[in-house]
Design a protein around this ligand. Sequence first.
Ligand code: SF4
Length: 474
Amino acid sequence: MHYIQGEARNQDSLFPVSLDDLVPDDHLVRVIEAYVARLDLREMGFSKTQPKQTGRPSYDPADLLKLYLYGYFQRIRSSRRLEAECQRNVEVMWLLGRLAPDFKTIADFRKDNGTAFSATCRAFVQFCRKVGLITGQLVAIDGSKFQAVAAARKHLSLKQLKRQQEKLEKHIATYLAQLDEADQTESAEVIDRTAIKATLLRLQGKHADNITCQELMEAQQLEQFVIGEADARMMRTHLGPRVAYNIQSAVDAEHCLILNHEVTQDGADNKQLAPMSKAAKALLEQDELCVTADAGYSNGEQFQACEDAGITAYVPPNRAINNQGDGQQFDRSAFIYAPETDSYRCPNGQILELKNLNKGQRVYASSADQCALCPLKAQCTKAKRRYLTRHAHEDAFERMEHRLKAHPEMMIRRRSIVEHPFGNLKQWLFGNGRFLLRQLSGARAEMALAVQAYNLKRAINVLGARQMIALMDG
Ligand code: SF4
């Protein structure tokens, strides 16, 4: 018996094999080639789209874009690894015509063209709309935290600095007291004054640094700051607190393609519903839009803004239920609101009038005299009177409640739409890792490339590479 034998390394062939022979007709690189060929890179804002008249010629941005799209598709994000792929990977050799740019050129291209990558994302969405992959009938919005380059230990917060300051002051006071004691008892042989003075100097230096940091942050009105990556923020993630960015995405229900995405610095989602929905609506060029999101997006102001923009949202309204005591007493649903008089009627038929406005909440109160005589008081309140709060956008909350009751299936649909893209982006593309580029601009550039790779993969899965190439060439 013997093994299957390969060809001898120095074997010549009568008909030399070309690179094109090595790449199948329905290969990913042919889709990327067809896709990039139909883009107007100058219009999209790519740098160096005009070749220089003198000096050393630069690389065509189309070649570098192709390299990055291939790289992100294959989970190769590092510029050094992409440089290596250019020298050893037949698919990349085919795609770039055997060009082999160095890692610095590759890295600079990504650094300099963040905005242009976003434009190519939008162009792909328009292509998908044209060929029917995106219908715009329902859009799901979701957010996920992606870790920044900076580590959590580089994070400073004003609260943390103030706590440190207190500790440092206590330590300094202790050492000063020890020195005083030593001076009084003249026990120089027991206490090492030199060591104490050195420690004191170190602590005083730390204290001075701490105060300077606090002053700088207060001057810039910053609650938190990350050394080396000022744009990143400490956010709650499923792994615990991490320095991260919050990535928002609007996903079309038809084939789970990402319509629009944003890299934000806000760890909460509750201010993102209207901006993300409006951006998706503009991309879809529709007069109306139907969106769904989870309870993290609940915000009366945002609900109202969506309604005003012709967007029908399905989001679980999440607000204080205004229960009393242990929940055994009347909750707000037992009180009937009368919009004409802007007041509530309680279960005993008494009126709760508007008392004051507090941080966007309208506070209503009953009459203490009437409550004192009320037979239902034990079921209502332990206080002298009953208070009720009404959100400034309560009407929008109530309309949202009615919409969700009429369409409970929206929450199930939401889950099936949004979990696909983020699951893929995090595990397939980022390998549960973090961004490679610092600051918002870097995170935006990387996310735009990742979203494009995801959309491209999804479109190929749905249509097949041959049809994609035919549609792009057509
Ligand atoms: S305690 Fe006051 S508010 Fe509550 S049911 Fe009686 S009268 Fe109405």
